[in-house]
Design a protein around this ligand. Structure first.
Ligand SMILES: C[S@@+](CC[C@H](N)C(=O)[O-])C[C@H]1O[C@@H](n2cnc3c(N)ncnc32)[C@H](O)[C@@H]1O
Length: 259
């Protein structure tokens, strides 16, 4: 389970989630701005992690009500925002209610859950008519197909590791179609894949930092589980951490859609 392999008690977890936020928040925020939400919007961020999106929503829309839902809020950034509430919830089972939210955001969550379609249907039910979902999920199929032999072999092995955990890191590719099947409309889907380079304050640098920490954390499981030989992981980490290397990163599907 996600919480067993990447628990919030890891010493590097807040740093890793901050890097994930720096890599992906700008795209999610731009998608949310395009939706022109009402100033008093009711919003939910499921699997809120460090809370970078929930905090941004509450700060930029002081008239809104924002709920940050997660299994565990240990990594959540301290704040005193009066319009932000933390709720412990399991996305697998939580009843989100009916026609409650103007916006639901989630990122890097559904791919870890067994019953994704059921969760999407509960999300749709919880949105007000015309309310919006902004969702970003792993779409790693393309990186496993290239751009060179080493990188393809490395990410294929990583996907096999994910498959063994029952994590679906190709899920993003199916998201637009699944949202249509669940009855969403105005499906605005974008494949996002920052190029990894550790230098500067860029999405690619934040993404390189995220992968540097994620792979270092999972290294014992990847190696001892027989998914990757140690030298291959070392070479991949050296590429990701090399300031002179601009390497294709794994992709994500970001979708905004209306209920
Ligand atoms: C990869 S992190 C992503 C965090 C945040 N969405 C982001 O992109 O920065 C996944 C988050 O989902 C939470 N999570 C995992 N399984 C969950 C579940 N079944 N219900 C609610 N939250 C869950 C984890 O605790 C973690 O905070």
């Amino acid at each position: 389970m996600y919480e067993d392999l990447l628990p919030h008690t890891l010493p590097t977890e807040t740093e890793r989630l901050d890097a994930m936020g720096r890599a992906h928040d700008p795209d999610a925020r731009a998608a949310i701005k395009r939706l022109c939400l009402p100033a008093d919007a009711t919003c939910l961020d499921i699997g809120s992690g460090r809370g970078t999106m929930a905090i941004w929503l509450a700060e930029t829309m002081p008239g809104s009500t924002v709920v940050a839902g997660d299994l565990d809020h240990k990594s959540f950034k301290p704040n005193e925002l009066p319009n932000l509430r933390l709720e412990e919830m399991d996305a697998n089972t939580v009843d989100l209610g009916e026609a409650v939210y103007d916006l639901i955001h989630c990122r890097a969550l559904l791919c870890f859950l067994p019953a994704k379609m059921a969760v999407l249907q509960r999300i749709k039910r919880a949105l007000k008519p015309g309310g919006a979902l902004v969702v970003t999920e792993m779409d790693f199929g393309r990186i496993a197909a290239g751009p060179n032999g080493f990188w393809s072999t490395f990410w294929t092995a990583y996907l096999e590791f994910a498959d063994a955990q029952e994590w679906d890191f190709r899920f993003g590719a199916r998201l637009p179609r699944l949202l249509a099947q669940a009855g969403f409309t105005d499906i605005d889907a974008r494949h996002i894949a920052p190029i990894l380079n550790v230098e500067g304050e860029t999405a690619g640098a934040a993404e390189a930092k995220t992968w540097s920490l994620t792979l270092a954390t999972l290294a014992p499981k990847l190696i001892e589980g027989g998914f990757l030989p140690e030298p291959m992981l070392r070479d991949a980490l050296a590429m990701i951490r090399n300031p002179n290397s601009w390497t294709a990163g794994p992709g994500f599907m970001m979708v905004a859609a209306r209920a």
